[in-house]
Design a protein around this ligand. Sequence first.
Ligand code: AMP
Length: 287
Amino acid sequence: MLDAPTIAATREAIAAARAGGRTIGFVPTMGALHAGHVSLIDRCRADGCFTVVSIFVNPTQFGPNEDLNRYPRTLDADRTACERAGVDVIFAPTAEEMYPPGEQTRVRPGRLADTLCGPFRPGHFEGVCTVVAKLFNIVQPDVAYFGQKDAQQALILGRMAIDLATPIRIVTCPIVRDADGLALSSRNALLSREERGQALALYRALCIGRDAILRGEASIGRIVAAMRNAVVQSAGSAVIDYLSLVDPDTLEPITPHCPRVLIAGAIRLGGVRLIDNLTVEIPPPTP
Ligand code: AMP
């Protein structure tokens, strides 16, 4: 495994692999790797790709009052995890390598970024698009792997790849959860024991929403009220950013014609922001 801190070294290793006929697969991460990240690496390798993982806590996607400084950084453990998982190249640049002096260009996403997390994290998706566009230019992968855990991010980046005519196939992989259902997240390490107990409220609320849809409940208002109630009951101190039912392809409000619903939520526990989602197939109406 090559551990490359520079763009030049990364490009060189990838060029050699490409010259050898390999398909290049890319897994961008912010490190503090867990089984969710490893599932993306496993998929990339299972697809036969030369596997490149980036580890970069991207400052431009954090707002001024967000947790950039507190974000978990475990680079040595991440290297070991990548080695074990069979990664070919780790690209772990410095902030200066990614944002050299004088840089000023940004990639601004469109409507997909105006909903769900967007209003609560102004500038976040612009930071994500900017860094991923740079990473795409550095790695120039054939395929890039993202987690459904960040469903809105995966959609925005898929749109970006098309809109910027980047010839990269985007693969979205399923959410990996702890045994009790909590979606794995690097930020889970920041939860106190009590908060970890309350964190499950988000997944429980999503399940309540899913079950209501499967039962045929047609009122979005009633479904969301039941989900909110579930969070308030089991995580009294949580702040709910949103609990929403949207079209999984457009993130627009669902209509009677949507065959599937994305149930998505974000809550804050102490200073830790958690997101999660479930996709539900709407059962056909009974005659
Ligand atoms: P992050 O390091 O949080 O920026 O995540 C890097 C990639 O891993 C993103 O594509 C995430 O969607 C994905 N990811 C994070 N958590 C999970 C999870 N629990 N299951 C599957 N993928 C995940």
